[in-house]
Design a protein around this ligand. Structure first.
Ligand code: NIG
Ligand code: FE
Length: 405
């Protein structure tokens, strides 16, 4: 199957050599071809250029006239909690009335609320709903996604979620990466130490045996799991080859970044609250920072200080954190808008953070995230737009006309 797009107003993110990961000043560089074409064969990018080098239409099975529209690499959403039982709409109203995310959790709501509902929900229903959500994500331009467990909080239900993710991997047309987040909250009726023991001695071996996870995650946060818990869980997971992608510094800074870096984390996610020392430790590591502006927006907490990350050349990605409690949006374009509007980064920085750097946060930068010959043709054709800067500008709107995966 050969396809060619012609008359593209802007072909965005064109890199001859795949740069893999951008940081600091580089993030402001988003190479574009104006009035361009791109050709694909069997889902791989075979060539591109400006229209004066257009190879003609005759040898292609499908020709797409992209006049007045843009083509860019599909987004990678590297942090989601897509397998959950149902919305927490009631807590949304509580928040409107003034309760904070933490106050709701302290009353037995939050993650524990979802865990109670999940235990009642058949695997098939969880699968159908999550499949539907990923299709909606794709309609907003997502071409690869990470999905975490974390609403099971016991062996049976954590495995249930991970098996749902495994089926999603098998049946969706985009890459899906699975992350084991048993350490999302301490389940009702258990002591934290006993639950951590269950994670290490019962869940991890079973998950490894069934090959159900690519990564491991811990919610390292006051009132959840501390740096020591995080350390022993990451230590145990490393024996099964699971790299960390962990929740750190969402509300408080308690040493999670140091532990993550020590265990060669692929990414450290959230980072709304950062001390000078946290920045220093991160700057000397290989970890990618993942900012989740939908969460800051939805639960009224600070935004990850992206200017600081840029200043210290820490590479970062944007992701949705799609989940029923702190970020019920699965739209990557919305995250790009929020990052530009609330975190004051440029459209170039935000798009790089959602394509190239986001792909790196799932170890997919060899196959996607830029317009590079030989990469997978996971592409977005936009609605009529004059410039890629209009992607964040028209915030909260549907900018995707069609996604190719
Ligand atoms: O990334 N902070 C921990 N976990 C999620 C929220 C989960 C929930 O509220 O259901 C997050 O914000
Ligand atoms: Fe999260």
């Amino acid at each position: 199957m050969k396809r060619i797009f012609k008359n593209i107003r802007q072909l965005v993110g064109v890199w001859e050599e795949n740069p893999v990961l951008l940081s600091g000043e580089q993030m402001n560089n988003l190479p574009v071809l104006e009035n361009a074409w791109i050709g694909t064969e069997n889902g791989v990018i075979t060539g591109y250029g400006t229209m004066d080098s257009f190879p003609g239409e005759t040898s292609y099975d499908e020709v797409i006239d992209a006049s007045g529209r843009l083509v860019l690499p599909a987004f990678t959403d590297s942090h989601t909690h897509t397998v959950f039982p149902e919305s927490r709409y009631g807590e949304f109203i509580d928040k409107i009335k003034g309760l904070s995310y933490e106050e709701i959790a302290a009353k037995g709501g939050g993650i524990l609320n979802s865990a109670r509902k999940l235990a009642q929900k058949p695997e098939e229903e969880l699968y159908q709903q999550a499949f539907y959500f990923v299709q909606r994500m794709m309609e907003h331009g997502t071409g690869a996604v990470e999905i975490k467990s974390g609403y099971g909080l016991n062996t049976e239900n954590e495995l249930k979620i991970l098996r749902v993710i495994k089926r999603l991997k098998e049946n969706l047309p985009i890459p899906v990466k699975a992350t084991f987040l048993g350490a999302h909250a301490v389940p009702e009726g258990l002591k934290k130490e006993d639950y951590v023991k269950t994670i290490i001695e019962e869940m991890l071996p079973e998950i490894a045996k069934e090959n159900l996870a690519d990564y491991v995650d811990v919610f390292c946060e006051t009132g959840y799991f501390d740096a020591h818990d995080t350390e022993i869980i990451l230590e145990a997971a490393s024996k099964y080859g699971l790299k960390p992608k962990i929740h750190v510094n969402q509300f408080t800074s308690i040493g999670g970044i140091e532990v993550a870096v020590k265990h060669n984390a692929l990414s450290v996610d959230h980072l709304e609250v950062m001390t000078e020392k946290d920045i220093q430790v991160l700057a000397q590591s290989n970890a990618i920072a993942v900012s989740l502006p939908g969460c800051s927006f939805f639960i009224h907490i600070p935004y990850t200080p992206l200017q600081q990350l840029i200043k210290h050349k820490i590479p970062f990605a944007l992701a949705t954190d799609f989940n029923p409690g702190s970020s019920p949006s699965y739209s990557m374009p919305m995250m790009i808008s929020l990052a530009c509007i609330k975190q004051r980064i440029t459209p170039e920085q935000a798009i790089n953070a959602s394509t190239l750097n986001a792909a790196a946060a799932l170890e997919l930068s060899g196959e996607m995230g830029s317009i590079t010959r030989g990469k997978k043709a996971r592409l977005i054709l936009t609605k009529p737009l004059n410039h890629y800067g209009e992607i964040p500008y028209y915030f909260g709107t549907q900018i995707v006309e069609r996604i190719f995966v």
